[in-house]
Design a protein around this ligand. Structure first.
Ligand code: AMP
Ligand code: ZN
Ligand code: FE
Ligand code: FE
Length: 298
C-alpha cells in the first residue's frame, strides 16, 4: 500500500490491478455476473473477487465468463453479520461452497432477509409511501439475496425517486422507523464459519464512515482471536483516520490490509478498481485458504 494511505488506481502501479470486492444481480449489484466480469475486464482489472451478500450463487456464471474474457476470478462472499444492532460486513474468500454449516447460515440469512423486506415495505406502505412487496420482488433476480437496495429499485421503477441514495437518505437507513433487521450471525461466528469452510475472512470496510458505527478495536481483537486474516482498509467509506486505525491494528495483530471498490454497478458511485490490493496480499490470502476452492486463472 502507499505510505500516505491514498488509493491506488489503475495506471498508478505496474503490477496487476486487483479488486477484491464486487456485487452482481445475485445480490444487490445491477449487473449480472457475466456483465460484471466483462465490465471488469474492459476496465483493465486483472483480478476481481465476486463477493455477493450472503450467497455463492453467482460463482458458476462468473467463472464461465472469466474463463472467456481472461480475467482472474476470486470466488468470495460478503456475510452480513451484526453485533448489538450494528451491522458488520465480513468478506470470505475461497470458502467451500458445499460446507454445510456455512451454507445453512447463509440460507437462513437469505430467508430472513425476504421476510424482513416484506415487513419494511408493509410499514412504508402503511405510511403512504407508494411501494408494494410485489414491486420489490420484481427487482430481485431469481434466487438472489434480497436487500434494502431492491426497495429503492422498486421506488425508482415506479418513478418515486431517481437514485438508490435518495431512498437510503429518507427511508431505508438503520435509524429509520421503517427499518427492520434480519437474521445475522455475530462477526466472531462469521469468522469461525469462514475458517471452518476453508476460507479466508477479511473484515469489510471496518470503520465505515457512512453506515452506523462500524467496528471497534475490541471487536477486531475478538475476531482476530477467532481467525480473522485481514482488514479492508482501502475503501471509499474510509478516510485517512479510518485507514490509520486499520494500519495500526494490522501492525498489532499481523493482519493483511486489502483494498477494493465494493462495486454495485449503477447502484452506487463506486467504480471498479478505485481501490486495489497488493499482489503479495492476494498471495497471502491464497496461502491462507484450504485449497478446496481455488482462484480461477485464465
Ligand atoms: P441490506 O443488505 O438490506 O442491509 O442493505 C445494505 C446494502 O445496501 C449495503 O450492503 C449496500 O450495498 C447498500 N447501500 C447502503 N447504503 C446505500 C446507499 N446510500 N445507496 C445505495 N446503496 C446503499
Ligand atoms: Zn451491497
Ligand atoms: Fe458491505
Ligand atoms: Fe459490499
Amino acid at each position: 500500500m502507499t505510505s500516505d494511505g491514498s488509493a491506488r488506481r489503475p495506471g498508478r502501479q505496474s503490477g496487476p490491478v486487483i479488486d477484491l470486492h464486487a456485487h452482481s444481480t445475485v445480490s444487490d449489484g445491477t449487473e449480472s455476473p457475466t456483465v460484471l466480469v466483462e465490465a471488469a475486464t474492459a476496465a483493465g482489472i486483472d483480478v476481481l473477487a465476486l463477493t455477493d451478500h450472503d450467497t455463492v450463487g453467482g460463482w458458476e456464471e462468473a467463472t464461465r465468463a472469466a474463463r472467456r474474457t481472461g480475467l482472474t476470478l476470486v470466488p468470495g462472499i460478503e456475510i452480513s453479520c451484526a453485533v448489538g444492532g450494528v451491522s458488520i460486513h465480513l468478506l470470505g474468500y475461497l470458502t467451500d461452497p458445499d460446507d454445510p454449516a456455512l451454507m445453512a447460515e447463509l440460507a437462513h440469512a437469505r430467508e430472513s432477509r425476504a421476510t424482513r423486506l416484506a415487513r419494511m415495505v408493509a410499514r412504508m406502505a402503511a405510511d403512504g409511501i407508494p411501494v408494494t412487496y410485489e414491486q420489490v420482488l420484481a427487482q430481485v433476480a431469481p434466487g438472489a439475496t434480497a436487500g434494502r437496495p431492491h426497495i429503492a429499485d422498486a421506488l425508482i421503477a415506479n418513478g418515486t425517486i431517481r437514485h438508490r441514495d435518495e431512498a437510503f437518505e429518507v427511508w431505508l437507513a438503520e435509524d429509520s422507523p421503517y427499518y427492520v433487521s434480519h437474521h445475522a450471525p455475530h462477526p466472531v461466528r462469521g469468522v469461525e464459519l469462514v475458517r471452518a469452510a476453508g476460507g479466508v475472512p477479511v473484515l469489510a470496510h471496518p470503520f465505515t464512515l457512512t453506515r452506523s458505527r462500524g467496528a471497534d478495536e475490541a471487536l477486531v481483537e475478538q475476531m482476530y482471536a477467532a481467525g480473522l486474516v485481514g482488514l479492508e482498509a482501502f475503501h471509499r467509506d474510509h478516510g485517512p483516520e479510518q485507514i490509520a486505525r486499520a494500519e495500526a491494528l494490522a501492525e498489532r495483530f499481523g493482519l493483511l490490509l486489502t483494498g477494493s471498490s465494493d462495486y454495485h454497478g449503477a447502484g452506487k458511485l463506486n467504480r471498479l478498481g478505485e481501490h486495489t490490493t497488493d499482489p503479495e496480499v492476494l498471495d497471502a490470502i491464497e496461502r491462507a485458504s484450504s485449497g478446496v476452492t481455488t482462484i480461477v486463472r485464465p
